[in-house]
Design a protein around this ligand. Sequence first.
Ligand code: UDP
Length: 312
Amino acid sequence: MARIVVAGGAGFLGSHLCERLVARGDDVVCLDDLSTGTEANLVHLEGERGFALVVVDVSTEVPVDRPVDAVVNLASPASPPAYLARPLETLAVGSEGTRRLLELAERCEARFVLASTSEVYGDPEVHPQPESYRGNVDPVGPRSVYDEAKRFAEALTMAAHRARGVDVGIARIFNTYGPRLSEGDGRVVSNFCVQALRGEPLTVYGDGSQTRSLCYVDDLVDGLLALLDVRATGPVNIGNPDERTVTELAARVLALTGSRAQIEHRPLPADDPRRRCPDISLARRVLGWEPKVALDDGLTKTVSWFRGRLAT
Ligand code: UDP
């Protein structure tokens, strides 16, 4: 049993991680400013022994005074519309928030795990992406607020490891989906599920030939827990290499919902990566981890969750 700080614990991934940590008997201090996360994501943990939510922006303070064994930093807006709406806050939480959380880890001699992102690879010229690929990010493009914040967070994390001996692990998280995706955050899976269930046109950006590789949230959390426990430094890709075009994904959502909604093409957002697929050899070797949930199974669970949400 351990005492673990989860920054960004009220978000989509964070809430699933908090739930798994509490279930295995760990004490969890969740820090979240609720700017994109919600208390609703944590209702089932309220009053659970060992769980506490502190509403705070970690880029301004990290109010944890008792010793902790680990710090997991997931604090950041994560969907493109969410970080594009909060550009300066995204840069602040990636830089100053990460620095404060690293300081806490150093003070407590705790393990520190950074949730980084496949966005550090930008619009990749190497495919699939291994961790050794240094990326193709436009430092002044609109998405740079997220990409460069995470790249800087990785640099800070490695500096704290090398200069101060902090025990760190860096996860590069690829596109993830599942229950508790926010229906309004503009991501492809949430948009398509909500649109199909409402019988509204599915908005395919560009010609739909761009690819993503989608990982079901339970698999993703298994990977993060492995990194927390195995003590590897990484960076290590955590994602599902099952690569699909956006058009294929729209077709799967239509098939699984039984919806007759149309496809409607919209302009491709600026900076949108053409393709993305993780090379997970390192995760397999070092963490003994690989995803298990097939796309149709994960989508079925996700659709059923959105069906419940839309019914209330
Ligand atoms: N996308 C789309 N329709 C939508 C939302 C997204 O076609 O309603 C596309 C988007 O242009 C991108 C992919 O789906 O190519 C994944 O987008 P998302 O915002 O989920 O994540 P990203 O990988 O871009 O951060």
